[in-house]
Design a protein around this ligand. Structure first.
Ligand code: MSP
Length: 634
């Protein structure tokens, strides 16, 4: 196994501000990079922005800015977001960086010399939004782009072409060389089918706009700029110094590209052909993730349903958000963002299973042992130790296969075992029976499993795991990982430190629906509802025609209220401590008429009577003067 690791995120177009999909790509890379570092690998993590092309030129023009000024601004936003999200990138590359531009020209020159690039006439359709060429058979009805559905433009220009067709066999051979080069496998198979169906040469220059990298001087053809995808893909190489000082090129042979499924073809077909043409080693892995949707729909600015990752992280915490993104959706599949699922994860997995386990350990260790626990060996927990060891050794393969949700699912079993062992062992009874040595043994076992858990969870929740490590007095570093995880060691004694609970439970959504991205700070904190929601409540006036006490209840009265519906409504009301039943007959009350029926003390109730409660007790809310029974309250 290599002692190096290179991970790249896609570089983001600067025509849009960052959203949850971008955050997901980058967070996945960050998790891979942190894990590699913790395993002691020499690691390089690259992210950045993709700044050339017609799409960016048009977006800048629409804002009355130069493309460069516009790119500076949005690229800055991406960089600030990643810094705020504590993303541990080694370089943030911009395709407007001079070393990158030189590298792209160098690649063009090599391919041209080799005969892989030739000049010809291009005639076909182009989608500016996707920066993609399409053949007639691929287009939707009316010539629309098959990816985004937007109209395409007819291009007829002199272009340079890359001999993609010459690479078909070599690409197929590469795919066949290792089934795990492209993940998930279902998508790998799509790529293979696409290449098997034949490859056309690819137009790799444009003459109709200017915002791009010029051809190398040696080509002597100043009106062309290089196609944005050749430019963009090259970032993975130029970032390591391919065109200049090669100090980081040692990482190249250990490359993992993380991308979204929509850009797999560019990476698994074009990029592999370009690299083959340049005689460079091919990546070890291309991992394509799915798309995040909102309530089942694609996110877009026009729909106003874009999720702003900063707002989610501010409201719920960055690390719970990272955990949710990785745990809730299998890598490679699409995921739907919803606050309920996030809250459930926080309350059940984080606060309950993990947070509570640490609290129980610290609470008992403090109460019974002044926070110092010791047990030379753990004879009582043989079975449990074996179970933990088995889980720990099953995790690495899951991580390597990018099964990050399964990794977390299995890891959580460690904490569940911890909680169950405490509950079954009943340490409080053992203490009463003067068996404190057994309790110390239990707590040492729990502290060990938390230490192992923290080492394994650290790439996903680094700060929370630092807190756990502080409480346990262990380090989160490569030597400790080696001893407790790889070598399966167990620690004999701990000197613990009390810390604040790791996670707070969340009782209700913290962001306004449906527009988490646009909710204002004030609205988020209040419980305002819209007029539409209020209009759903049917309020009516009605006279009480019968009233009696509910047997065995001091609080409940059974009322029949005339809401003008022919038959009176039966309503059970909690007003028995304040009203005698007889005094109510013939008086009017206000009723919520469309409440779902409920059973109170076994009696069906078909509505609710409105009342006012303050320090003087409870009074019914009534119309100021008599109204027709069944009149609506607006
Ligand atoms: N600039 C190209 C990538 C060049 S890489 C050499 C590009 N940029 S992008 O900004 O449009 O998209 C960047 C990444 O974000 C892609 O991997 C894409 O799949 C991902 N996502 C964009 N929207 C997404 C979701 N709604 N959900 C998940 N990821 C999505 O493509």
């Amino acid at each position: 196994m290599s002692d190096r690791f290179y991970v790249t995120s896609p570089i983001y177009y600067v025509n849009d501000i960052p959203h949850i999909g971008h955050a997901y790509s980058t967070i996945v890379c960050d998790v891979l990079a942190r894990n590699a570092r913790l395993k002691g690998l020499d690691t390089y993590f690259l992210t950045g922005t993709d700044e050339h092309g017609q799409k960016i030129e048009q977006a800048a023009r629409a804002k009355n800015e130069t493309p460069k000024a516009y790119a500076d601004k949005i690229s800055g936003e991406f960089r600030r977001l990643w810094d705020r999200f504590e993303i541990t990138y080694n370089r943030f590359i911009r395709t407007t960086d001079p070393d990158h531009e030189l590298g792209v020209q160098k690649a063009f020159e090599i391919m041209l010399k080799k005969g892989d690039i030739y000049k010809g006439e291009f005639e076909g359709r182009y989608c500016v939004s996707c920066e993609t060429f399409w053949s007639d058979s691929q287009l939707l009805e009316g010539g629309a782009c098959p990816d985004c559905g937007k109209p395409t433009t007819l291009l007829k220009e002199e272009n340079y072409f890359f001999r993609m067709s010459a690479y078909q066999d070599r690409l197929l051979k590469w795919y066949a060389s290792d089934e795990n080069l492209i993940l998930p496998k279902s998508r790998r198979n799509e790529v293979v089918r696409f290449v098997e169906s034949g490859l056309e040469d690819l137009s790799i220059t444009r003459t109709t706009f200017e915002w791009g990298i010029k051809l190398p001087k040696s080509a002597n053809d100043p009106k062309h700029v290089i196609y944005v995808w050749l430019d963009a893909l090259m970032n993975y190489l130029t970032a390591l110094g391919w065109s200049g000082d090669e100090k980081n090129m040692r990482f190249w042979s250990e490359t993992t590209h993380v991308i979204g499924k929509d850009i797999l073809r560019f990476h698994a077909v074009y990029w592999i052909a370009f690299l083959t043409s340049l005689d460079l080693p091919l990546p070890k892995r291309i991992a394509a993730h799915g798309w995040w949707t909102r309530d089942g729909a694609k996110m877009s600015k026009s729909k106003g349903n874009v999720i702003n990752p900063i707002e989610v992280a501010d409201a719920y915490g960055l690390e719970p958000f990272r955990y949710f993104l990785l745990r809730d959706v299998p890598f490679g599949q699409d995921g739907d963002f919803g606050q309920k699922a996030l809250i459930d994860r926080i309350n059940s997995d984080l606060a309950n299973d993990l947070g509570n386990l640490l609290n129980r350990l610290l609470g008992m260790a403090e109460k019974y042992f002044a926070l110092n626990i010791k047990a030379v060996n753990l004879p009582r927990f043989g079975e449990e130790k074996k179970a933990i060891d088995a889980i720990v050794s099953s995790l690495d393969p899951l991580f390597e296969a990018m099964q990050l949700h399964r990794y977390l699912e299995e890891l959580w079993k460690i904490f569940v075992i911890g909680n169950k062992t405490i509950t079954d062992f009943k340490p409080w009874e053992k203490m009463k029976a003067n068996q404190s040595d057994q309790v110390a043994e239990l707590l040492v076992f729990v502290a060990n499993l938390l230490a192992k858990g923290a080492l394994l969870l650290a790439p996903i929740m680094p700060k929370k795991c630092d807190e756990i490590a502080l409480a346990l007095g262990v380090a989160i570093d490569a030597p400790t990982r080696k001893s407790l995880i790889e070598q399966g060691g167990w620690i004999a004694s701990f000197s613990l430190t009390k810390i604040e609970p790791l996670f707070a439970r969340v009782e209700a959504p913290l962001l306004n629906e449906p527009n988490a991205g646009e909710a204002s700070a004030n609205e988020e904190k209040s419980n305002l509802i819209g007029i539409d929601e209020f209009a759903k409540v049917e309020l009516k006036v009605g006279a009480v025609v019968e009233a009696k006490k509910v047997e065995k209840s001091a609080k409940l009265l059974l009322l029949q209220v005339n809401l003008g519906e022919g038959k009176p409504r039966q309503i059970v009301a909690g007003i028995g401590e304040f009203y005698e039943p007889e005094a109510l007959i013939g008086t009017q009350v206000c009723v919520v008429a469309n409440l779902k029926p409920a059973k109170l003390m076994g009696i069906d109730s078909y509505g609710m009577v409105l009342a006012i409660k303050d320090q003087n007790g409870l009074r019914l809310a009534r119309p100021e003067s008599a109204a027709l029974d069944g009149s609506p309250i607006k």
